[in-house]
Design a binder for this molecule. Structure first.
Ligand code: GLA
Length: 380
């Protein structure tokens, strides 16, 4: 009897140990540390996601902002490939007009005159882009909001779930919007971003992440040597205010042809009206893929050997060559200078609400907006 009891106890503790180790294996080890106080006094945090391969991504719940992405170069040396700051001040500073690493909404990119019409009703949102257009959601976009953050995922694939409720009328947009964003690390040195949104009144939505990449390392001089491939036969030309004209133009024979790997600097200073308007590249490309999660862009940096692929379910991608960076913002990598980083913002097209020929950005009650973007890193 005694023996039987002993065996039972041993089996019991073995089972408990197995359960514990399984739990330890599956629960993510996400570090959370204070990051500073937001302008309204609320404490915000920095979360560190680390995958078994060593890829590390730091995210603050202020603006749902990615502050660092550490990935290896061809010699297995880890480096930070996005422009960011190591405390909240860099983000809240009045000198930061660049949206470094942030989640962008309710409407990423520009809306002409900040005006759009839904069901016969016209809405006016802030003209925060030189008093002419609305840019990235208005004066206080999702990039300046504090998101509710919940660590999730597994030890192998750690994740951070973010949630923000954007009230009806916020920045002039109709409808209360529930926005859910999940950042997660995959098995392949990849950062996946899943977006979801619902509304209780008809509204518009366009969500993206505004990370600035320099694959040689944040703070390196320029991205003009980065080789870029865009899976886009077409782009949306802009007017002098960077608003799409409505045309969908072919890239063939223009400086916008990145269908084969081309260094960013190859044509950037050519005399071309579109490049003059953008002060370089600041254009939306129409992605060839029409459904599913598909390769949209590839960036290769010769010195480090780092490669980044961008996959998305979205119809467009804004390629912005950091033309407004001017060295004023000093971050973890030093001063962030003119064209020292590039953005590849997966999105719906700019000013879609005013262009019926563009894919619709209207969201109605009962519908759910969903999109996914993956930034996948490797070396060559
Ligand atoms: C976007 C815009 C750019 C610029 C940056 C932020 O990428 O297209 O024109 O406003 O954001 O500086």
């Amino acid at each position: 009897m005694k023996r039987l009891l002993l065996v039972a106890a041993a089996v019991g503790s073995l089972l408990a140990l197995t359960a514990l180790s399984q739990k330890m294996q599956s629960s993510p080890d996400i570090q959370k540390e204070p990051f500073g106080k937001a302008p309204d006094g609320e404490q915000v945090f920095l979360y560190t996601l680390k995958s078994p391969s060593g890829m590390t991504v730091k995210i603050t719940n202020y603006g749902g902002t990615v502050t660092q992405i550490l990935v290896p170069d061809r010699n297995k040396k880890f480096g930070d490939v996005v422009l960011g700051f190591n405390s909240l001040d860099g983000y809240t500073s009045k000198d930061n007009t660049a949206y470094f690493g942030a989640l962008i909404g309710r409407y990423a990119n520009r809306i002409a005159g900040g005006r759009f019409t839904l069901d016969g009703k016209t809405y006016q949102i802030p003209k925060n882009d030189h008093g002419v257009n609305s840019l990235h959601g208005g004066d206080v976009g999702f990039n300046k909001r504090i998101w509710q953050a919940t660590p999730s995922g597994t030890a192998k694939n750690p994740a951070l779930d973010l949630h923000y409720t954007s009230p009806d009328g916020e920045e002039g947009f109709p409808g209360t919007m529930q926005v859910y964003v999940r950042y997660s690390l995959g098995n392949d040195n990849d950062l996946r971003i899943d977006y979801r949104a619902t509304t209780d009144k008809i509204t518009i939505v366009n969500l993206t992440n505004h990370s600035y990449f320099n694959l040689e390392g944040a703070g390196s001089a320029t991205v003009l040597n980065h080789k870029l491939t865009l899976m886009a036969d077409k782009f949306t030309p802009i007017n002098a205010n960077l608003i799409p004209t409505g045309a969908i133009a072919g890239v063939a024979g223009t400086p916008f042809d990145f269908r084969k790997p081309t260094v960013v600097g190859a044509h950037i200073n050519e005399k071309n009206q579109q490049l003059e308007y953008g002060k370089g590249y600041d254009h939306n490309f129409v992605l060839n893929a029409s459904s599913g999660l598909a390769l949209a862009a590839k960036v290769e940096e010769p010195k480090s050997g780092r490669v980044m692929e961008v996959l998305t379910t979205q119809p467009g991608i804004q390629f912005y060559s950091g033309n407004f960076l001017d060295g004023k913002n000093v971050g973890i990598g030093g001063p962030y200078r003119y064209r020292s980083a590039l953005c590849l913002e997966t999105q719906h097209f700019p000013d879609s609400p005013n262009h019926p020929n563009f894919p619709s950005t209207v969201l109605k009650p009962g519908q759910e907006f969903r999109s996914t973007t993956v930034y996948r890193f490797s070396t060559e």
